[in-house]
Ligand binder design. Structure first.
Ligand code: NAP
Length: 286
């Protein structure tokens, strides 16, 4: 199969690319940092895998078009598209610039739209394929100080659901995957500051706040490694029509609670929100 993976220069995308290479697929690795892509390509081809590097900024429509046209030129078709590239940001809504808000939408949402629109004609011609999008737990619930990212990841969930309705009656699949914490560069590569720092300080503060105010501690799932997350993504892309996928234990329960009783879910997270608000007020991460 020919598999396009965006955001393949690090984290989940890199691990997934290596895994797909090891399974003898044609792997198209996409990101902006070409030097890193070249190193990963060497690792894959060194083990006998078939890999093709496309340097692209997926926040640009013309680059997304080129990713697909170069892939088809090289391999003749596209079987799987994994919309994995993504970036978060750190900032309260009052302090989020229009530029940052737009950037979050472009990288996380528009890239998925543009790449999907480009691959669909080729998949329809063959009447097969699978389009995956990596959303997030924040495609279902929210944490403070990254509203543009949260909004974009919610939109990705809706986009894939809408896509699947348009694919009814075909052999083309579309699946959204919602990871929670994965140990990648993601939390430090956020725009306008380090979201990971405010999250970890917020968790630390939340313990004292919970004890002082008699509040529950927010439910948090154990972090996964990029290789563990990539294995889940790989099984999904090889599989059939699927419900939305939650990579971490307990996350589906939180997402369901948000649908049934969002206020109760938010109450359960109150100590964490307050901890993060305290950390933000202190300038943590900026
Ligand atoms: N890590 C987590 O805890 C977590 C949780 C939930 C969801 N996610 C989602 O999982 C996906 C993978 O993230 P990760 O955790 O593996 O983070 P990561 O290690 O920071 O990887 C992000 C990838 O996206 C690429 N990227 C960012 N902006 C891009 C652009 N404009 N054009 C092309 N590529 C771009 C980066 O490559 P270049 O910088 O080289 O372009 C990099 O390869 C993301 O969609 C993220 O939102 C992650």
């Amino acid at each position: 199969m020919t598999i396009i993976i965006t955001g393949a220069s690090s984290g989940i995308g890199k691990s997934l690319a290596i895994l797909c290479g090891a399974h003898n697929h044609n792997v198209v690795i996409v990101a902006r940092r070409t030097d890193r892509l070249q190193q990963i390509a060497q690792e894959i081809s060194g083990k006998g895998g078939n890999v093709f590097v496309v340097s692209a900024d997926v926040s640009k429509e013309e680059d997304c078009k080129r990713v697909v046209s170069e892939t088809v030129k090289k391999f003749g078709s596209v079987d799987v598209l994994v919309n994995n590239a993504g970036q978060g940001h750190l900032g309260s809504i009052e302090e989020t610039s229009t530029e940052t808000f737009n950037q979050m939408m472009l990288v996380n949402l528009y890239s998925t739209f543009w790449l999907t629109r480009e691959v669909l004609p080729f998949m329809r011609e063959e009447n097969r394929g699978h389009i995956i999008a990596i959303s997030s737990i924040v495609g279902r619930i929210a944490y403070p100080f990254n509203a543009a990212y949260v909004a974009a990841k919610h939109a990705v969930v809706g986009f894939i659901a809408a896509l699947r309705t348009e694919l009814t009656g075909t052999n083309i699949n579309a699946t959204v995957i919602c990871p929670a914490g994965v140990t990648t560069e993601w939390s430090s590569a956020t725009a306008d500051g380090n979201l990971g720092e405010i999250f970890s300080t917020g968790i630390k503060y939340s313990r004292a706040i919970a004890a002082e105010k008699n509040l529950p501690l927010a439910p948090l799932s154990k972090m996964k490694t990029p290789a563990q997350a990539a294995e889940i993504v790989y099984n999904v892309l090889m599989g059939n029509r699927s419900n939305d996928v939650y990579t971490h234990d307990g996350i589906i329960d939180i997402a369901e609670q948000a649908v049934k009783d969002r206020i109760a879910m938010e109450d359960q997270h109150e100590s964490l929100y307050l901890g993060m608000i305290k950390a933000y007020a202190e300038g943590v991460g900026r």
